[in-house]
Design a protein around this ligand. Structure first.
Ligand SMILES: Nc1nc2c(c(=O)[nH]1)N=C([C@H](O)[C@@H](O)CO)CN2
Length: 118
């Protein structure tokens, strides 16, 4: 299996457990690893024969902007569901969602999930 990476993608989402987090969107960073067969695109040099990482980034920005989850886990689950639904050649997704600066004594907090296509 080959790999496509999107690193430190900045998105905005209304997310958080506490009332003070639910008045305005929070900045999140996404690290995405996609398991894809890249061999067809090595032969064709055609973006339609691979997964267009620009479209993946747009999809993740859209899911984040339209969601209102409490937990990072729930947002990550929805994002992975959308990627498998919209990009049929993605076989595996690893997604790390970071919420930098949210805890006073930590530079960053994050969750990471990895899923295979169902
Ligand atoms: N495992 C998690 N723990 C916590 C989350 C989360 O999304 N996943 N979120 C919060 C608060 O919303 C945090 O942003 C501020 O304390 C707490 N714990």
């Amino acid at each position: 299996m080959d790999t496509i990476y999107i690193e430190k993608l900045g998105v905005e989402s209304l997310i958080g457990v506490y009332d003070w987090e639910r008045h305005s969107p929070t900045s999140l960073l996404l690290d995405v690893t996609l398991g894809v067969d890249l061999q067809p695109a090595t032969l064709s040099d055609d973006v339609t024969d691979t997964v267009d990482y620009a479209r993946v980034a747009e999809t993740l920005e859209e899911v984040a902007a339209q969601s209102q989850f409490e937990l990072l886990e729930a947002l990550a689950g929805k994002m992975i569901e959308r990627l498998f639904n919209d990009f049929v050649t993605i076989q595996r997704v690893r997604l790390k969602v970071s919420k930098p600066g949210i805890l006073p004594l930590a530079e960053n907090v994050a969750i990471e999930m990895q899923r295979e296509r169902p």
